[in-house]
Design a protein around this ligand. Structure first.
Ligand code: SAH
Ligand code: SF4
Ligand code: F3S
Length: 510
């Protein structure tokens, strides 16, 4: 299918259902005209090569669209989504719109949504309900929904039924089409829906309005092919596509020249970087090696998948320098049976072996993780294995979640015998262990001198500064506001529950 045909098939101008229709009327209506999005299509992984589009430019016809108008974007979810917001903000600015922090002043309000757990989605539906009152005050306001939720047909159905004040819905693969979709939304009386379910392309040269001037996000790959049985991401973000190394290197160089101090490389599964290249043998280790030569103080990456974490990467990271000794390595569970039904494709032993190899090469490494408790039919013993693994690794921090069924994923069909209160209680016990270990990791730093990238000052007091160490520990200390943006040495005086209190020593000379 070429671009034109795909557009024709995907762009559906849905008539807004009027409020006096019955459920029955709706179902008929959906059968007839509802063609996109489709989780079923999103699941397909074709062999076709990734196409690179280097020539993104806003079409001239759109350039004045935003004159005298303001936009507001609310972002939910992961850093990838935050970075997408920067791209959309960049496009809005090219169209002549101005940003605003106040919804009531906005001409366009966008919710950039996350579908990872039910509560993430509920927040968005809550906000959508809330937006009605703004729309009543200003009927000209365009309300849009984008991000991962828009890739789910159940969500789009619900919006059509219950939130007719929404003017446009577009998917994660349609961001570069924002000018066209906006124009359509201004002209059409109907809800504009443009969600491509299947996408294999990488689009370069997208404008970005970065939120900060100290730290920057850089995508290195898009999508995920892992299909962990609980996870919606492979459906909402499409197949794995790596950006070409030269594009990434050029972007990091430019950010370094602009004075950025820290780069966070982004991908759902960065260790799969380069797997999709057919012409070159080039993986994350190679990329990190080249990036380590760029004159920028700090480079991090997220998220790692334990399965593709290879020895070459470990060797490169062990060189240190601007490659930081902090690795976020989601394990999800410590039980082999649970890992198996999660389709994580590694065992507890494999994970512990990987951790041992990382620690041998980088003795000072800080490891952090993600864990899901209460997977369908998880037993107390299996949960105990997770606690045991946590202790064996000695993770310094973790994001912990109760399993949330996601429609369309294999796990959502599993019969689950674990009661909700048991899940909550497990989360509680796990969090106690997480707290214990993170406190211990902070305590270990008392009396030490750490390097802190100063990110800002306290809202109440200009001279109370905050920043993060190389291992991502939050440090507060007193010092002149001019230190914001600098990397400084701080002596740690005291470990608090989630942060350190320190004393400023000196600026690190580079
Ligand atoms: N690509 C990353 C994870 C992205 S999602 C990785 O594989 O590590 C971030 C985290 O959300 C996951 O690591 C997992 O712990 C959690 N998560 C994903 N789907 C979930 C679900 N259905 N219920 C609860 N937590 C989930
Ligand atoms: Fe989801 Fe698994 Fe992919 Fe991470 S690796 S995004 S958890 S499917
Ligand atoms: Fe959420 Fe999508 Fe990120 S589901 S976690 S916003 S990739």
């Amino acid at each position: 299918m070429n671009e034109e045909q795909r557009l024709a098939s995907a762009q559906v101008n849905q008539p807004k259902p009027s409020n006096n229709k019955t459920e029955k009327d709706y179902s008929k209506y959906f059968e007839k005209v509802f063609t996109a999005p489709s989780l079923k299509d999103a699941k397909k992984r074709g062999k076709e090569e990734v196409k690179y589009h280097k020539d993104f430019a806003v079409d001239e016809q759109f350039l004045k669209m935003g004159e005298g108008r303001k936009f507001y974007i609310r972002t939910y979810g992961c850093q990838m989504n935050e970075h997408d917001t920067e791209v959309m903000a960049g496009i809005f600015m090219q169209l002549g719109y101005e940003p605003t922090e106040e919804i009531e002043k906005a001409d366009v309000v966008l919710l950039n949504t996350c579908a990872i757990r039910e509560n993430a989605e509920n927040k968005v539906f809550g906000e959508l309900g809330f937006l009605v009152k703004y729309k009543r005050k200003n009927p000209e306001m365009i309300i849009g929904v984008c991000g991962c939720m828009s890739q789910e047909e159940s969500v789009v159905n619900k919006i059509l039924k219950k939130y007719p004040h929404v003017d446009m819905i577009f998917g994660t693969h349609n961001i570069h089409r924002l000018p066209n979709i906006l124009k359509e939304a201004y002209m059409s009386k109907e809800m504009v829906i443009e969600v491509w379910s299947k996408e294999g392309d990488v689009i370069e040269n997208l404008p970005k309005q970065r939120l900060g001037s100290i730290k920057a996000w850089v995508n290195i790959m898009y999508g995920c092919d892992k299909f962990c049985t609980y996870c919606i991401v492979p459906y909402t973000r499409g197949k794995e596509r790596s950006r070409r190394p030269e594009e990434i290197i050029a972007e990091v160089r430019e950010l370094a020249a602009q004075g950025y101090q820290e780069i966070m490389l982004l991908g759902q599964n960065v260790n799969a970087y380069g797997k999709d290249f057919t012409d070159i043998e080039y993986r994350l280790g190679d990329l990190m090696d080249e990036l380590s030569k760029i004159d920028i103080p700090r480079i991090r990456f997220t998220t790692s998948h334990p399965r593709d974490f290879d020895d070459h990467l470990i060797k490169v990271l062990a060189k240190g320098g601007n490659l930081l000794e902090h690795i976020h390595l989601p394990v999800q569970s410590g039980s082999n049976e649970v890992l198996k039904i999660m389709a994580r494709k590694y065992t507890r032993e494999h994970f512990l072996d990987l951790v041992a190899r990382i620690k041998a090469a980088i003795p000072d490494v800080a490891l952090t993780t993600d864990i899901i408790v209460g997977y369908p039919n998880e037993t107390e013993e299996q949960f105990q294995e997770t606690l045991d693994l946590y202790r064996k690794v000695g993770f310094e921090m973790a994001f912990t979640y109760i399993y949330s069924p996601r429609e369309g994923t294999p796990a959502a069909k599993m019969v689950d015998n674990v009661p909700e209160d048991v899940k909550k209680e497990r989360l509680h016990r796990l969090n106690a262990v997480v707290g214990e270990y993170s406190k211990a990791a902070l305590k270990k730093l008392e009396g030490e001198v750490v390097e802190v990238l100063v990110e800002g000052s306290s809202k109440k007091r200009d001279d109370v500064l905050a920043g993060y160490t190389r291992k991502n520990k939050l440090v507060n200390f007193e010092g002149p506001v001019e230190l914001v943006g600098e990397i400084v040495k701080v002596k740690v005086l005291e470990a608090k529950s989630y942060s350190l209190r320190g004393e400023f020593l000196e600026i690190v000379k580079r």
